[in-house]
Design a protein around this ligand. Structure first.
Ligand code: C2O
Ligand code: CU
Length: 452
């Protein structure tokens, strides 16, 4: 723990209690249910999809589209999803970022048995938090998600202001060969030795370079979801300066500029963007600037000769967000060591604390108490670490205090980097904790945390 020489060490028990006090009310423990049940049916099955028309790509899809249908509900409503598996292999559904009852979390071998080919399973839960979430299989995910099984779950808060358009953009990339056929070797030695599978075609909502119609003066809420296996997106909007209002679904303590936010696999960002008057008739490029070669993702096609009135309101922000400035004085409850080793079924394994797979119960966290965790990356690759069922706040990077003013459920950890986070778990159960580079997770970078 950090302390100032000459001063007595703070009593960390009392300090932790203060941090819990500061946290109180940051987000709710139990859903506030309206009693309304919204039922959906999703069928996972092979389909054809035009990522790059006129090519037809053989994909696996929910209800025939990539991404699957947007499930949009209001806060307080109960989601009931019957998932039917028409693949030739087992699957499950994970509700990424949603604080579900543990049994609804979709992790095979941890929270439920696999849903076999021809079988079905009904998920039911009442989201506790409004925001941008997503769903995807949690079994053979390097192949199932890559082939197109992914979708958005939006929980609207009727109290939040109305934007001119509320857009959901699922970002992904595809590794195509022979035109637009999915390269069908998965979890390759190359993927494992690098940051997973990076494609050669990026897509927004399953389409290569879509043109999205907007009007000058419109104020857009754009919900970005990174559904790629490995690629990181750092989007820019043709000289415009969108504000980030939410990260990983949850409203930030204060809006902040988008510039240089690295959206890792699993992460979401909600943007607040006004299309300026001068843009009427123009086509604005949305590009990805992460890595060496920038790529265009989409165009905002601004209607000519039209300017609409811009809705005026303060960007929404979290009602309460703990500063947790003293949090680095609390000792680290568990340090996760992230590394690679030789061996295992793929020749290279990715490990947490030298172990692989969800049989590794890495830590037990006390329910309702403040815990400080450290992720230490001993490797030279990227690891977006995702913790199921919990939100956490970054406290320090490489020992330097870093006050991020927002919650996360997924955190990009760079080569040789060490990041400290704080959390107060309010959701009991056995929760997966893994790298969201799907190939790394498949090759072992997966553990569980118990909250009790
Ligand atoms: Cu989106 Cu366990 O993952
Ligand atoms: Cu990783």
């Amino acid at each position: 723990p950090a302390f100032v020489a000459g001063k007595p060490m703070p009593d960390t028990g009392v300090l932790a209690q203060q941090l819990e006090q500061e946290f109180k009310g940051a987000y709710r423990e139990n859903p506030e249910s309206t009693g309304q049940v919204r039922s959906f049916e999703l069928t996972a099955a092979p389909a054809e999809w035009g990522v790059v028309p006129p090519y037809r790509t053989a994909v696996w899809a929910y209800n025939g589209t990539v991404p699957g249908p947007v499930l949009r509900i209001k806060l307080g409503e109960t989601v009931k999803v019957k998932l039917t598996n028409k693949l030739t292999q087992s699957t499950t559904m994970h509700w990424h970022g949603i604080r579900v009852p543990n049994a609804m979390d979709g992790v095979p071998g941890v929270t439920q048995p696999p849903i076999e080919a021809g079988g079905s399973f009904t998920y039911q839960f009442t989201p506790k938090d409004p925001g941008t979430f997503w769903f995807h299989p949690h079994l053979n995910s390097p192949e199932q998600i890559e082939r197109g099984l992914q979708g958005a779950l939006i929980v609207e808060d009727p109290k939040e202001p109305r934007y001119s358009q509320d857009l959901v953009w699922v970002l992904d990339d595809w590794l195509f060969e022979n035109g637009a056929s999915i390269y069908d070797q998965f979890v390759t030695g190359h993927d494992l030795a690098h940051d997973g599978r990076w494609g050669n075609v990026a897509s927004v909502n399953g389409r290569y370079l879509p043109s999205i119609p907007v009007k000058a003066g419109e104020r857009l809420r754009i919900r970005l979801i990174n559904a790629a296996n490995g690629r990181v997106f750092s989007p820019t909007f043709d000289g415009l300066s969108p504000k980030v209002i939410a990260v990983d679904g949850m409203l930030a303590g204060a809006p902040f500029p988008l510039a240089q936010f690295n959206l890792a696999p699993g992460n979401r960002l909600d943007l607040d963007l006004v299309i300026p008057k001068e843009a009427a008739g123009k086509s604005l490029a949305v590009s990805n600037h992460f890595g060496r070669s920038p790529q265009t993702l989409a165009f905002l096609n601004v209607e000519a000769n039209t300017v609409v009135k811009t809705p005026a309101f303060e960007p929404p922000k979290a009602a309460h967000f703990p500063a947790w400035t003293e949090a680095l004085a609390v000792p680290v409850a568990h340090e996760f060591i992230l590394d690679a080793e030789r061996g295992g079924p793929y020749g290279i394994s990715w490990s947490i604390d030298g172990k692989t797979g969800h049989e590794n119960l890495a830590a037990t966290l006390p329910y309702g108490k403040f815990s400080r965790l450290r992720f230490t990356n001993q490797s030279g690759r990227l690891h977006p670490m995702h913790l199921h069922g919990q939100f956490f706040k970054v406290l320090a990077r490489d020992g330097e205090p870093a006050q991020e003013n927002f919650w996360r459920d997924t955190l990009l950890i760079g080569p040789k980097q060490s990041v400290d986070v704080g959390l107060v778990p309010l959701d009991k159960g056995l929760w997966a904790n893994h790298c969201h580079i799907l190939e790394h997770a498949e090759a072992g970078m997966m553990s569980t945390l118990k909250v009790e």
